[in-house]
Design a binder for this molecule. Structure first.
Ligand code: PCA
Length: 322
């Protein structure tokens, strides 16, 4: 009898706990081996520990649950309560989202951090108006250029089939005379293998993870910008949580932003070494290429400043400490 009571009480407790626990699926666009995805898993773990298992976040990497291009909309309309996406992917919607892909504006991790501090508050408001809660953001390593041959200047780029991942990369291709096509990272490998695209801008992280020495021979470490991923929740789903769980999300997000950024910094040298170890030429751009890129950078900066209006000007002023 006694045994039965203990067992029944145990079952009741278990049922209670099961009822209280909530599971959030978290779609992300980048592969499971990528540090952003690994960092998202640590974030999920931290939230689980902090909430005593009441909020379980399950990360689905590589666009496996929802494709990269659909993640923001899915979180906005509640199809997913939380997700991760490339911030600059939304530049066509509002130029402010492209703040991190203005060529040569912020080219180091330090500058990227400063630019983020100048932008975070404004983006938080823009996202809140879209039913989203901004949780954290982590940069990619500085962007360089992958080609199948040596490139001395922009005139060598004409006609090369280029893969774009956001509006800035597409505009760059246009200004350099390269026909471009938008391809998510999850679909880049087959596009290169089939010859649909031959060159692209990305980080050393991406080249290393996709073992790009199979397809491209030259990496120009142009350090053009450091685009960011961000993690965000559906506002209604967030507000439906109790205050403790909300605090857990916020505090775990602070940890994840610091840990992910440190990891990106730490890994950058390794990624560059690995590209060279794979047989690629890894170089800074030569004089002509650097001058050409600067010219394109000036055009794109002016275009972004115009498109982002007063918000953009306020970001740049805050970034420059004015
Ligand atoms: N890798 C991602 C975005 C920026 C980066 O470094 C990509 O190539 O899609």
């Amino acid at each position: 009898m006694k045994r039965f009571t203990v067992l029944a009480a145990g079952l009741l407790l278990w049922a209670g706990a099961a009822h209280a626990a909530e599971k959030w699926n978290m779609p992300t666009a980048y592969g499971n081996a990528n540090y952003h995805t690994q960092n998202a898993r640590l974030f999920a773990k931290a939230v689980g520990v902090c909430t005593g298992g009441k909020l379980e976040i399950v990360v689905h990497g590589g666009g496996s649950l929802i494709k990269g291009g659909e993640i923001k909309r899915a979180v906005q309309n509640g199809k997913a309560p939380i997700g991760e996406r490339l911030l600059s992917a939304h530049q066509n919607e509002n130029a402010v989202f492209g703040f991190d892909s203005v060529p040569l504006l912020a080219t180091s991790f330090e500058a990227s951090e400063k630019l983020w501090r100048a932008t975070k508050g404004r983006l938080t408001k823009i996202l809140a108006a879209q039913n989203l809660v901004l949780l954290y953001s982590v940069p990619w390593p500085p962007q360089g250029m992958y080609f199948k041959r040596a490139i001395g200047g922009v005139s060598d780029m004409r006609g090369i089939k280029f893969r774009a991942y956001n509006a800035a990369t597409a505009r760059f291709a246009e200004l350099a005379g390269m026909p471009s096509v938008h391809i998510e990272l999850a679909e880049l490998e087959p596009a290169l293998a089939s010859g649909k695209v031959e060159a692209y801008i990305s980080s050393s992280a991406t080249g290393y993870e996709l073992k790009q020495w199979k397809h491209v021979s030259h990496f120009y470490d142009t350090q053009a910008w450091l685009p960011r991923n961000y993690v965000f929740a559906n506002k209604r789903a967030f507000e439906a949580l109790d205050a403790h769980a909300q605090n857990c999300l916020r505090s775990s997000a602070l940890l994840a932003e610091a840990a992910g950024t440190a990891r990106a910094r730490e890994l950058t040298g390794f990624y560059l070494e690995q590209l060279a170890a794979g047989g690629m030429s890894v170089e800074k751009p030569g004089k002509q290429l650097a001058a050409d890129l600067e010219k394109i950078g000036e055009i794109m900066s002016a275009e972004w400043t115009k498109a982002a209006g007063a918000e953009g000007a306020a970001i740049i002023n805050a970034f420059r400490g004015k």
